[in-house]
Design a binder for this molecule. Structure first.
Ligand SMILES: *[C@@H]1O[C@H](CO)[C@@H](O)[C@H](O)[C@H]1NC(C)=O
Ligand SMILES: *[C@@H]1O[C@H](CO)[C@@H](O)[C@H](O)[C@H]1NC(C)=O
Ligand SMILES: *[C@@H]1O[C@H](CO)[C@@H](O)[C@H](O)[C@H]1NC(C)=O
Ligand SMILES: *[C@@H]1O[C@H](CO)[C@@H](O)[C@H](O)[C@H]1NC(C)=O
Ligand SMILES: *[C@@H]1O[C@H](CO)[C@@H](O)[C@H](O)[C@H]1NC(C)=O
Ligand SMILES: *[C@@H]1O[C@H](CO)[C@@H](O)[C@H](O)[C@H]1NC(C)=O
Ligand SMILES: *[C@@H]1O[C@H](CO)[C@@H](O)[C@H](O)[C@H]1NC(C)=O
Length: 573
């Protein structure tokens, strides 16, 4: 996973007090809708933004029944439900999440009064977009759009510390973005690369894992078949962000070296969202190569689409993710699995913003798509040097996606020390995992780490990761062999396993796995090898503490690592 890295997690989120400018309210019926009093650490005010600076604003409209999409998701994803597997169509999902026609017309009329035209920014019409500039936005929203700079990265951004909307629209608008939410300073490389031939754990010479983690090693560990998938409409999508792409010719060399049994011309397609680039001649950006080599090279013959998201206005936490999900939601037949090895610190976005995306994932899940996110590479994370709280990651904090943690070694695997895990401070534990989390908390209360972790996590929060896969010493090809570590690697591998299961299901005329979690924690849990050693402790305020991998679910390796044959049986095949 690219962000947060350990360093980033340690340095973020110290707050700098800043006087809140009092926007002059030009009309008595305007009400402050969102505001913030402090700037995120590292940002400082440069001055007022030039009035002609273009601004694209997105307006999230209130939904008539915001919880119905989650109810529908659980209806089709819980094996004990009568409607398990009866995934919703595009139009059924859109009908559930569409705003009321009153909301749409009230908001459009307000914009029209200001000479602005809104376009739909999502298939269901729950997001509108306006193209405007700083001076018009300041007057529309009684805002004070200013230029802020992030000193370490040099990122300049235009934001306002407060904005208002007419009182009459209060119940029609959830939020407007980007306004008070600041972008996270993104690094382009956060993967842990280590020298080859320096294993951190001893390797057994007699296994396929003797020379590092390769497709043969993973196939042996997890019983992944080498036989090609047969259904061309069973697809796997892989997310590319922050300038990543994957070389076609390096994939070919990877397959020649590590999957000699496969046709080395096996390829992937690229879909560009927001101007995402498909450079083929630039230097290695290991994340992209890894994600493609360990999907095409594991999910044998499953069509892989690399969804590459452009950078220009998407590096703000929300927009890139939202545009990707809206692209997938716009398809009548979206790929049945989505693998993403990127993420943020949970605190980098407000709950309101996070939840917009989380509910968009619920929409895609209700359509039968399995959505997998890397849990992160920062262990439990640390919100600041005074260690008030651990730092959960987004989108793994979202209860409606599946979070993949990491393991290391083999025979047996143990927790990879970087595997991010813990408990969301935003979301309560969903019912599907309540008893698994309770069992862990009871055991943790008696563990040596209990006192050092107490008060740093939310014991009633959504626990993550849900499952895990190997995260150490992956061999990739980027002109030469390189060794990569991280949950960035675990995620495409598990995504490939789900895609291969879906292929088997489709051959029998059965629906795809869809949103996995309610199944994972019930019918599916026996298909995972429990990881019972290791931890994800990191140093926080001078104290090194975190969680331990123990018997049963834990916030380090979740339910454990997959066994393909057992998964097939649990899926009824
Ligand atoms: C940490 O605590 C010290 C002493 O109380 C305080 O001066 C400092 O501002 C705190 N730092 C952060 C990042 O909260
Ligand atoms: C969920 O299933 C129940 C029982 O089958 C049904 O009454 C309810 O309408 C469903 N909810 C949604 C949002 O589909
Ligand atoms: C590992 O590398 C050694 C030395 O090159 C080789 O003899 C052995 O066959 C390799 N093992 C595997 C499982 O690839
Ligand atoms: C993979 O597809 C790309 C884009 O169509 C093409 O340029 C490349 O030659 C293909 N690679 C192979 C091995 O066929
Ligand atoms: C992004 O911005 C850069 C520099 O402003 C520009 O050269 C490039 O064309 C833009 N790309 C897209 C996809 O808008
Ligand atoms: C935690 O600290 C309390 C008070 O110091 C002590 O009684 C208790 O045994 C400690 N718990 C563990 C699990 O070490
Ligand atoms: C975490 O695991 C490592 C390696 O197994 C061990 O050395 C360390 O003592 C453990 N740390 C904690 C705080 O449990």
């Amino acid at each position: 996973m690219v962000v947060p890295t350990r360093l980033l997690a340690l340095s973020l989120f110290t707050y700098l007090a800043l006087a809140t400018p009092i926007s002059s309210l030009d009309s008595r019926d305007l009400l402050v809708h969102e505001s913030r009093e402090i700037l995120p650490i590292g940002f400082s005010l440069v001055g007022p933004a030039p009035s002609q600076t273009p601004l694209k604003l997105r307006i999230a409209l209130s939904q008539s029944n915001p919880d119905s999409i989650v109810a529908a998701l659980l209806n089709v994803s819980d094996p004990s439900s009568d409607t398990y597997g009866q995934h919703l169509s595009k139009s059924q999902v859109e009908a559930l999440v569409a705003p009321s026609s009153q909301s749409v017309s009230a908001v459009k009329a307000w914009l029209q009064q200001h000479g602005l035209t809104a376009t739909a920014a999502s298939p269901a019409g729950d997001w509108l977009q306006i193209d405007t500039d700083v001076s018009k936005a300041n007057s529309l929203l009684a805002a004070d759009f200013s230029t802020f700079t992030h000193s370490a990265s040099g990122i300049e951004t235009v934001r306002t510390l407060s904005y208002s909307i007419p009182a009459a629209l209060k119940d029609h608008i959830d939020l407007i973005h980007p306004t008070t939410a600041f972008p996270e300073a993104i690094k382009t490389t956060g993967l842990t690369k280590r020298a080859i031939h320096a294993p951190i754990l001893p390797r057994a010479a007699d296994t396929q894992c003797a020379n590092g983690t390769t497709p043969a090693c993973l196939q042996q560990l997890y019983n992944i078949p080498t036989t090609p998938a047969t259904n061309p409409s069973n697809k796997l999508a892989v997310t590319g962000r922050i300038g990543n792409y994957a070389h076609y010719n390096w994939l070919q060399s990877f397959l020649q070296n590590f999957r000699p049994d496969m046709d080395s011309a096996t390829n992937f397609t690229v879909t560009s969202v927001d101007g995402g680039q498909n450079h083929q001649t630039g230097p290695s950006v290991s994340e992209g190569e890894l994600d493609i080599q360990y999907t095409v090279g594991i999910a044998t013959n499953v069509p892989v689409d690399y969804v590459v998201i452009g950078r220009n206005w998407t590096d703000d936490g929300l927009n890139g993710y939202l545009d990707e999900i809206n692209y997938l939601l716009s398809l009548e037949h979206p790929p049945q699995v989505l693998s993403t090895s990127y993420g943020y610190a949970e605190t980098s976005m407000s709950y309101a913003l996070t939840d917009k995306l989380c509910k968009a994932y619920a929409q895609l899940g209700a359509r039968g798509v399995s959505i997998l996110f890397a849990s992160g590479d920062s262990g439990v994370g640390c919100q600041n040097s005074n260690a008030t709280l651990f730092e959960p990651t987004f989108p793994s904090n979202c209860p409606w996606v599946t979070s993949v943690g990491g393991t290391a070694g083999h025979a047996p695997e143990i927790a990879w020390d970087g595997s991010s895990g813990g408990f969301s401070n935003y979301y309560p534990a969903p019912s599907y995992q309540a008893s698994a989390v309770d069992n862990f908390l009871t055991a943790h209360a008696a563990s040596a780490n209990f006192n050092a972790t107490k008060g740093k996590y939310n014991p009633v929060g959504r626990g993550f990761p849900d499952i895990a896969a190997k995260a150490d010493d992956y061999r990739i090809w980027e002109g030469e062999v390189a060794s990569i570590y991280g949950t960035s690697a675990s995620t495409p591998v598990f995504a490939s396993i789900v895609a291969l299961i879906n292929d088997c299901l489709s051959v029998r005329g059965k629906p795809p796995m869809g949103f996995l979690n309610p199944w994972l924690y019930s019918t599916g849990k026996g298909a995972f090898t429990d990881i019972t050693a290791g931890n994800n402790s990191i140093e926080c305020n001078g104290e090194t503490a975190g969680f331990e991998a123990i018997e049963g679910w834990d916030p380090v390796t979740g339910l454990g690592t997959p066994d393909f044959n057992k998964l097939l049986t649990a899926a009824g095949l």
